[in-house]
Design a protein around this ligand. Structure first.
Ligand code: GLA
Length: 731
């Protein structure tokens, strides 16, 4: 059992392979957080908590005038409300009598083997190789009878703890949740912590920002109904001195695809508190007597070995424990060509077959028919919601088209945008009330489209039925599932006025139900997520999608930053990346080398490429296969930071046994008559000898030399040259 309860000390110690997390039932039965960090014994760490009389920080009534006990100054496992703790809180509830208060104390606990699951929300799964134990600890307010169960699943080997909270209304009247966080994490000293987050925008997702904690509330949030391009539901708190190899790093990845918040407060005594969960803006949720409310899960990891190790913990976990699709590991993903940047809305069945034929010579194995194949859809003004084949474009019908593609020896993929509706569509004409619109107002249009009220059962059922109908009508191998706008006009025609604060969350639950009904019922189809690029790229989505389209921005040099930022939490095998015609000054081989730091594919009109370009692509497609295992399953190392003014950008994928590696170096700036530059490898076997090829030279060197002295990168080369160095142990 990875969880040890010491009955005498009333401590719970949660052990992963390299970390310990400790909580304790303390004074007056409040649950205190004592520790999260490198492994320690099951000793009681309460000695860390010192108590002083703190002015203006009140004391619970039962502490009997003991002025040194204040919830405002003590580390909590989950907060109270209006009990004298003025810091950010993890729960805000309006009780049946109208009061706003919650005073949760330890009530009970249980422990069991395996991971917890949540009602309607995705969670990580234990595989046969994992040791997983769960603690469920119940705190209760003795007046309102509201219980909060704190859920902890300890994935021992992975060094991951999955947390969530479940609210149970044990009282007699309805309560209204105004805020309920998935995680509350208190740090006894947070003065030297930095906050790392992944902000961005459309076309520039997941850039990296790092800022020192100062004495206020730092807030990372999406209020857009999707986890968003602007912020990603991942943050890390790291030591000010932490770098790639060294220093404490705490990672938090929220398994949620809607509006979220992560808040971190450095308080008056330099203690830090982090909370993360559903965004409380435009949120209130009624929980009836006897009912439960589950928060989404958070995946936490800790390491004292720096940012690379933190990323590796996530990469390994995301590859092993999020998604059971055979396309994660067992079945190699085909090289695809997507028609979007090739033809936009302007294609028909013949054109698709032509593109496929030309692409086959590039080593492409699958063609994906993007937006424009359904309803009346010649531009973005119409058709969304009508999931029927447009026979003016696909004249031969879908099954015939797919079989023509299959006859070329290629697979066929298709695009959907299930959650949206165009006003000019049969669906909207039949069900105008299915689009979200606030009574008396006109809905905000975005990309000329409206949002379906996916919180409604009949809308969910329509989507499952109509999309499954298409998927079952032909030999479809792949689906790209898109969403192309943020969500506004939160209103549902089927909920009463006092429950409209539930829509945003109900939408997300509805979406997961639709995805269960389509994705989980089609295990032989490979699903890729997309939200106008990477606008909903999160760990919940990765339980459904084996990969996620990283960005609509296919400019290779921008993608260097995008991949770098994404790699803080997401593994290479999840990042959709294509070679396109953007940035003509960059050679196609360099574009391909960069797209290989992702799932690799093409996004161009293959019929327009010259023979020479087709040949180059064919060669690069060969490299995709050659390096597939390294890229998809190896350990990824960031070797340079593309946000700094560097001449070279480099990264490396090293096999788990360290005997092979792919080192990619891209020249982003060629200085005239500049110095010789070197890239130092990481993660190799120091005492073994490697053969290195990739820049026209071939030589051997020990892992030690390659890691400490480096690889000299040629400089008499054309602008934007990329090198794919293959390293292989020879003795
Ligand atoms: C989004 C996607 C693109 C493409 C278009 C189609 O922008 O990110 O890849 O599918 O929609 O409308």
């Amino acid at each position: 059992m990875a969880i040890i309860y010491n009955e005498k000390k009333r401590t719970f110690s949660l052990h992963t392979a390299k970390t310990t997390y400790q909580l304790k039932i303390g004074n007056l039965n409040y649950v205190k957080h004592l520790y999260y960090g490198a492994t320690i014994q099951d000793e009681d760490l309460i000695y860390l908590v010192r108590r002083y009389d703190r002015g203006f920080s009140g004391n619970p009534y039962e502490s009997l005038k003991e002025r040194t006990f204040s919830l405002d100054a003590q580390p909590q496992e989950f907060t109270t409300q209006q009990q004298g703790d003025f810091r950010i809180n993890s729960i805000e509830v309006q009780n049946a009598d109208g009061s706003f208060s919650f005073n949760g104390r330890y009530r009970s606990h249980k422990m069991y083997k395996g991971a917890f699951t949540l009602n309607g929300l995705p969670t990580a799964i234990a595989t046969e190789n994992d040791t997983v134990d769960t603690l469920e600890l119940v705190i209760e307010d003795s007046v309102t009878k509201i219980q909060v169960t704190l859920l902890y699943s300890v994935f021992e080997e992975a060094d991951i703890i999955m947390r969530a909270a479940r609210v149970h209304n044990g009282g007699e009247g309805e309560i209204s949740l105004k805020r309920i966080m998935s995680v509350n994490m208190d740090y006894m000293n947070g003065r030297n912590l930095d906050l790392v987050s992944l902000p961005g925008r459309y076309g520039q997702e997941r850039q990296v920002e790092r800022q020192p904690l100062t004495h206020h509330v730092h807030k990372i949030r999406s209020g857009r109904g999707i986890s968003s391009h602007q912020q990603n539901p991942f943050i890390a708190l790291v030591d000010r001195t932490a770098n790639e190899e060294y220093g404490s790093c705490y990672g938090f990845s929220l398994m949620y695809s809607g509006s979220f918040i992560a808040e971190v407060e450095l308080d008056q005594y330099d203690q830090a508190r982090l909370v993360m969960g559903i965004n409380d803006r435009l949120f209130s949720y009624v929980v009836g007597p006897g009912e439960d409310f589950d928060t989404p899960a958070v995946l936490m990891t800790y390491t004292h070995k720096g940012l690379t190790k933190m990323s590796h913990n996530y990469h390994n976990f995301f590859r092993n424990n999020l998604n059971r699709s055979k396309f994660v590991k067992d079945v190699k993903r085909p090289i695809l060509i997507n028609t979007w940047e090739a033809a936009f809305f302007d294609f028909d069945d013949e054109k698709l077959v032509e593109i496929a034929k030309a692409a086959r010579d590039m080593g492409v194995e699958m063609i994906v028919m993007d937006d424009g194949w359904f309803g009346k859809r010649d531009d973005d003004n119409s058709g969304l919601g009508d999931w029927v084949v447009n026979e003016k474009k696909i004249k031969c019908g879908l099954p015939k088209l797919v079989s023509q593609i299959n006859d070329l020896g290629m697979k066929f993929g298709i695009w959907f945008e299930p959650e949206m509706v165009s006003e000019d569509s049969d669906l909207f004409r039949a069900h105008p009330d299915w689009a979200m619109e606030i009574p008396g107002r006109r809905a905000v249009r975005s990309r000329n489209q409206l949002v379906l009220d996916v919180s409604r059962r009949e809308v969910q059922d329509y989507l499952i039925r109509s999309i499954n109908g298409i998927l079952d009508s032909a030999n479809i191998y792949y689906v790209k599932w898109d969403i192309n706008r943020a969500i506004t006009d939160l209103w549902s025609n089927v909920l009463p006025a006092d429950r409209q604060g539930e829509i945003s969350h109900r939408y997300v639950l509805g979406l997961y139900r639709v995805m269960d009904g389509i994705i989980k019922t089609h295990p032989d189809i490979m699903f890729e997520g997309c939200a106008g690029g990477g606008g909903r790229f999160d760990s919940a989505m990765l339980t459904y999608f084996v990969q996620y389209w990283s960005s609509d921005n296919t400019k290779p040099l921008d993608n260097l930053k995008l991949h770098y930022g994404s790699s803080f939490v997401y593994p290479v095998c999840t990042m959709g990346a294509h070679v396109s015609t953007a940035s003509p000054m960059v050679p196609i081989e360099t574009k391909a080398a960069i797209a290989m730091c992702g799932t690799f594919g093409y996004e161009l009109d293959a019929t327009k490429l010259s023979k020479e370009e087709i040949e180059k692509c064919r060669k690069m497609s060969g490299y995709y296969h050659k390096f597939y295992d390294l890229n998809f399953f190896g350990d990824y190392y960031r070797l340079t930071n593309p946000f700094e003014p560097v001449n070279l950008v480099a990264w490396e994928c090293v096999a788990k046994d360290k005997k092979k590696a792919l080192l990619t170096v891209v020249t982003v700036h060629l200085t005239v008559n500049g110095p010789q530059e070197y890239i130092k490898c990481k993660g190799l076997l120091p005492n073994r000898k490697y053969r290195i090829t990739g820049d026209g030279n071939e030589w051997t060197a020990t892992g030690m030399a390659l890691m400490h002295a480096g690889v000299p990168v040629p400089r008499e080369i054309p602008e934007f040259t990329a090198f794919l160095y293959h390293l292989e142990v020879i003795d």
